[in-house]
Structure formats: structure tokens, C-alpha cells
Design a protein around this ligand. Structure first.
Ligand SMILES: [Zn+2]
Length: 428
């Protein structure tokens, strides 16, 4: 492996409070040096990063890669390539595959598929319950031993408070978080979008904000009871942000993530029965979107994740009520975050890197999130001024379901480096 010298970029490393023009030297898969005018051996790959941002690689805590079971929608390899093209050096794969990733062999399969692909790192998340049926806990020790970094029944909530309590207690002994999809199914049943003025106008059954908030409140109470670490997935309502803020003030072990669609879009996007605006949790109101932005700003929401959820074109062509939930996000997240959060002044670039790299690494206890010497050579070089229009036909993902087609964005990944290897470079 050749050493890599990244020359003259704006190096932003929230883990060390660093922000300034510097060179970054990578050798043997690790960060070897950061500083001014670093010399390099003749064989080194030299990347000119003038005018670009050089940061620890972005880490997405929440993606659905559909393998095994739905390889026509996405595979570990295509998802890892889409991740690299979006500037992500690592993604965490949710276990709601077919079969469910709820045992050692299934975790091992994801790990080996990711190694074969050799693009972004893929960390498997194991299921909380066997088959995600919400009844019997999976063997967390076995999952962690095989490489799982967290447990989650995402796609479904953990309905039983007793099961959630035991999951938090059990996960605590392995020092991993329990990531929960917060939804009270008795309140959300039959709902296709956010319950509000737009659902009324469209004649669609709604999902009230309380369906999420009830479970957020319960999970916080159970984290307090058990001392376990609960990580709240894809937060979407202002009430959830308030509950988390209060819990953090009390010192409860809760972390939270939010997705670009929830800080960018509102339920108005569903007008015209646009199925690419159908997701779970649903797009909410302008006040909710604003609360998510403020939560990211003040740290109530720790991390930005994509909830990348590939679906068939045909499936999204169905009637709104019958269409599947979710959108792909790996190749638009960075541009949306810069355009919607940094340009309006909600986050500084350093805050953004913190929410997309340093904090995700900390929350799931992953390598990366820092450019300290000795850290893994996982680096994203971003062109913060790239002015581009989202064209799903260009995506590396196998799927095209996005509400952002045609949207003009600022900021895009330029080069993505994993373990010291260039895994993605944008063509001129
Ligand atoms: Zn979910």
C-alpha cells in the first residue's frame, strides 16, 4: 500500500478542536502526521486538496443494505460503494434483512461481504429479538463476538417494555447501545403519513407525533432504570427533541440521531400523493423540522444518519397507502447537510463534521471520527463549494427512490479514503 499525502486542504478535526490549512500524511493504513509542509517519499500518492475540506471520514449509524434477501434493491457491495461516493467511510447496517441478522453466522456474512467489497467499512447491527419478533432476546454475546456494534429491531419498535428493559440490561454488559425505532404501533396503525392538516386534506390516515414521543419517553425511563445506553433512531418531532434534552440534563445515557429528510422536508412534500415523501417516521411539520435543526445545533441530537432505505421503482409507484416507507440517502446526505444546515448558519463546518463523524464514532464505539496520529486512515475530502443537481441516474446505489431528484445542492464528496486506500474519487 502506497503512502498518501493530502496537501494543502482545510483540515477540520472536531476530536482535537483543529481547523486550519495543513497537510495530512497517511501510511500503513493509519494517520501518520498532520502539519505544515510535510515531506513525503517519492512513491507516495499526492492529492492536492487546496480549497477542499479534509476531515475524518463520515460514519452513518443507520442504513439498510437489503442483503441477504433483497439483493435486487441493494447489496453490501453496492451500498458500500454508494456510501463511499457520498463521503462515508463507514456505515452501520440494520438487521431487518431476510433472514434477520440475529445470529453469529448472519453477522459474519455481512462482515465478509463488506471485506470482499473493499469500499466503505460496513459494521453489522444485530437484532434485539430473534427474527425481530419482539419476544425472545438474541444472543448479544454471540453477535458482539462476530462483529456487531449495536443491537436494534429497527423497522419495528420494541413493543414490550419488559423486553426493552432486559435488552438494555443485557447490552450494558457488552458495552453496546440498544438502538430503538420509536413507534407505538397501536397509535400508528394504518397511518401513511404525519397526522395533521395535510393528511386531512389528502384523506390519508395519519401517524401522530405522540406515536414516536411515547416510546422516546419510555426508552428514556428504561435507560434511567437500567443504566443502559439507549440510542434513539431517526428522531422526527419537536416533542422528542424536548424529551431528549430533558433526559440529557438529568444525565441519562441517551443518544439520538436525525436524518437529512427530517431537517429538510415537511409533510407538505406528500401533496400529490408523492410516494417518495412516504417514510417512517413520517415527514412532520415546519416546527418539527426547526426543532430537529436546533437539536443538532445544541447537541440534543448527536448524529446525522441517513436511514438509507432502497426500494423498487415499481413499489413506489403503488397507491400512497400501499407504497413502502423510506428513501435512499447515502449520496445526498452531505450535500443536504451543507446546503440546509451550514449555509443558513445552523451548524459550522466543524459542528457538521462532529455530527457526521466524531459523534457517530463515539456513540457506537467505532474506530475513526478523528485524525489524531495513529487513528485509522479513514478520510473524507469534501468540495464544500461544489454546485450540483441531484440526478438519481448517477447514483451508485441500486435504487432510485429519492424525493431530492432535481434539487440543487452545494457541497459534495471529492475523495473518500478507507484504511489509507482511495475508494472513491470524483471524476472531473
Ligand atoms: Zn426505523
Amino acid at each position: 500500500m502506497k503512502p498518501v499525502l493530502i496537501r494543502g486542504g482545510r483540515v477540520i478535526d472536531p476530536s482535537r478542536g483543529a481547523d486550519g490549512v495543513a497537510d495530512l500524511y497517511l501510511e500503513d493504513g493509519k494517520v501518520a502526521a498532520v502539519g505544515r509542509d510535510i515531506g513525503s517519499p517519492d512513491e507516495a500518492v499526492v492529492i492536492d486538496a487546496a480549497g477542499k475540506l479534509v476531515t475524518p471520514g463520515f460514519i452513518d449509524l443507520h442504513v439498510h443494505l437489503r442483503e441477504p434477501g433483497q439483493e435486487d434493491l441493494e447489496t453490501v457491495a453496492t451500498g458500500a460503494m454508494a456510501a463511499a461516493a457520498g463521503g462515508f467511510t463507514a456505515v452501520c447496517a440494520m438487521p431487518n434483512t431476510d433472514p434477520v441478522t440475529d445470529n453469529q453466522a448472519a453477522i459474519g456474512f455481512i462482515v465478509s461481504q463488506a471485506q470482499r467489497a473493499g469500499k466503505a467499512r460496513v459494521y453489522p447491527i444485530g437484532a434485539i429479538s430473534l427474527g425481530q419478533k419482539g419476544q425472545q432476546l438474541a444472543e448479544f454475546g454471540e453477535l458482539v463476538g462476530a462483529g456487531a456494534v449495536a443491537v436494534s429491531d429497527d423497522g419495528k419498535p420494541v413493543v414490550s417494555s419488559h423486553l426493552m428493559r432486559t435488552a438494555l440490561e443485557y447490552a450494558r454488559t457488552f458495552s453496546i447501545p440498544v438502538a430503538d425505532h420509536c413507534e407505538d404501533p397501536t397509535l400508528s396503525a394504518g397511518g401513511a403519513m404525519h397526522e395533521g392538516i395535510v393528511s386531512t386534506r389528502l384523506g390519508l390516515k395519519g401517524i401522530p407525533a405522540a406515536a414516536e414521543e411515547i416510546m422516546v419517553a419510555r426508552d428514556i425511563l428504561l435507560a434511567d432504570l437500567t443504566g443502559g445506553h439507549v440510542h434513539l433512531c431517526h428522531m422526527s418531532t419537536r416533542g422528542s427533541v424536548e424529551l431528549i434534552r430533558h433526559a440529557k440534563d438529568k444525565g441519562i445515557r441517551v443518544t439520538a440521531e436525525a436524518c437529512p429528510h427530517h431537517f429538510t422536508l415537511t409533510h407538505e412534500q406528500c401533496e400529490g400523493y408523492n410516494t417518495n415523501a412516504k417514510m417512517n417516521p413520517p415527514l412532520r411539520e415546519a416546527e418539527d423540522r426547526e426543532a430537529i435543526r436546533q437539536g443538532l445545533r445544541d447537541g440534543t441530537i448527536d448524529a446525522i444518519c441517513t436511514d438509507h432505505a432502497p426500494h423498487h421503482y415499481d413499489a413506489k409507484e403503488r397507491e400512497f397507502d400501499d407504497a413502502p416507507n423510506g428513501i435512499i440517502g447515502l449520496e445526498t446526505a452531505l450535500g443536504l447537510a451543507i446546503t440546509e444546515l451550514v449555509e443558513p448558519g445552523v451548524l459550522t463546518l466543524c459542528d457538521l463534521v462532529n455530527r457526521m463523524s466524531t459523534m457517530p464514532a463515539r456513540i457506537f464505539n467505532l474506530p475513526g471520527g478523528t485524525l489524531a496520529p495513529g487513528a485509522p486512515a479513514d478520510v473524507t475530502i469534501t468540495d464544500p463549494k461544489a454546485d450540483w443537481t441531484v440526478d438519481p441516474a448517477e447514483f451508485f446505489s441500486k435504487s432510485r427512490n429519492t424525493p431530492f431528484a432535481g434539487r440543487r445542492l452545494t457541497g459534495r464528496a471529492h475523495v473518500t479514503i478507507v484504511r489509507g486506500n482511495v475508494v472513491y474519487q470524483r471524476e472531473r
